[in-house]
Ligand binder design. Structure first.
Ligand code: PAF
Length: 285
């Protein structure tokens, strides 16, 4: 355990985290992060502070959720800045374990959420949600939160965590929070830093494409293919953007919808700018 110059206490092991939690009973809001914080993370922190007596943030770049050849090594990190932002935001404790603490030699236990991980990001990034579910369960076990705050930008992640919490009777309230955007519409993400200036200038096309489909939905369009096509056409108009997938799926199961769409649906998209994948989505209905 380290005092942090008047800022939040920093806890580095599950034992330290649990001891702190035992000494601080009461309603606790938890914001799991991989660090390199932006206003989206800080909005989750503010919401947690409004709804709980205590707020804990974890910072852990989880190697288990990165596939071979993905960006684990170069994922942006700035611990000193993160701790300063969290002190300013008034969080009570930061849980900052290392990979060696989380996955010591001999580690061999994983959480697999089945159906809801099979499509979309689960198909594009095999093993990703096994890593996410495993780390989130381990974090929940150490922090023992009352509520946990997740952004709607990672829409499938949110559904995977909800499913795990329900299936494993974790008794944690999962609180979804709205996407926080840059003034030009780009959804905030730590990975936006990978974009070149030209790519960054082009990136708002992702939100524009979703907006076009959402306004067609508002005007009465209900054909799944027409809504997906509306997104694809806008993205195709931007030379620096390459559509990886566009999906219109059942809002809960994430099964792809065909024909006429009646119930609540998730319209989600991944657009590549060079090697950088930008995710975004809008909930319809
Ligand atoms: O959304 C993220 O930053 C990560 O997937 C999470 C939930 C912190 C697990 O590593």
């Amino acid at each position: 355990m380290a005092e942090n110059g008047g800022g939040p206490v920093v806890l580095s092991t599950p034992a330290e985290m649990r001891a702190w939690r035992r000494a601080h009973p009461g309603e606790l809001g938890f914001v799991p992060t991989m660090g390199y914080l932006h206003d989206g993370h800080l909005a989750l922190v503010q919401r947690s502070k409004q709804e709980n007596a205590l707020t804990v943030v974890s910072i852990f770049v989880n190697p288990m959720q990165f596939g071979p050849g993905e960006d684990f090594e170069r994922y942006p990190r700035d611990e000193a800045r993160d701790l300063r932002l969290l002190a300013e935001a008034g969080v009570d404790a930061v849980y900052l374990p290392t990979p060696a603490v989380m996955y010591p030699p001999g580690y061999q236990t994983y959480v697999t959420v089945e159906e809801v991980t099979k499509r979309l990001e689960g198909a594009a990034r095999p093993g990703h949600f096994r890593g996410v579910a495993t780390v989130v369960l381990k974090l929940f076990n150490a922090v023992e939160p009352t509520r946990a705050y997740f952004g709607r930008k990672d829409a499938q992640q949110l559904r995977v965590i909800r499913r795990m919490v329900q299936d494993l009777d974790l008794g944690v309230e999962v609180v979804p929070c709205d996407i926080v955007r840059e003034p030009d519409g780009l959804a905030m993400s730590s990975r936006n830093v990978y974009l070149s200036p030209e790519q960054r200038a082009a990136a708002p096309v992702v939100k524009r494409a979703l907006d076009v489909a959402a306004s067609r939905w508002a005007a009465g369009e209900r054909e799944a293919e027409a809504l997906r096509r509306a997104v694809a056409e806008v993205v195709a108009g931007e030379p620096l953007a390459a559509l990886e997938y566009v999906s219109l799926a059942d809002d809960v199961t994430l099964e792809e919808l065909e024909g006429r769409v009646e119930g609540p649906a998730l319209l989600s998209v991944v657009v590549r700018f060079g090697a950088t994948r930008l995710l975004d989505n809008v909930e319809l209905g």
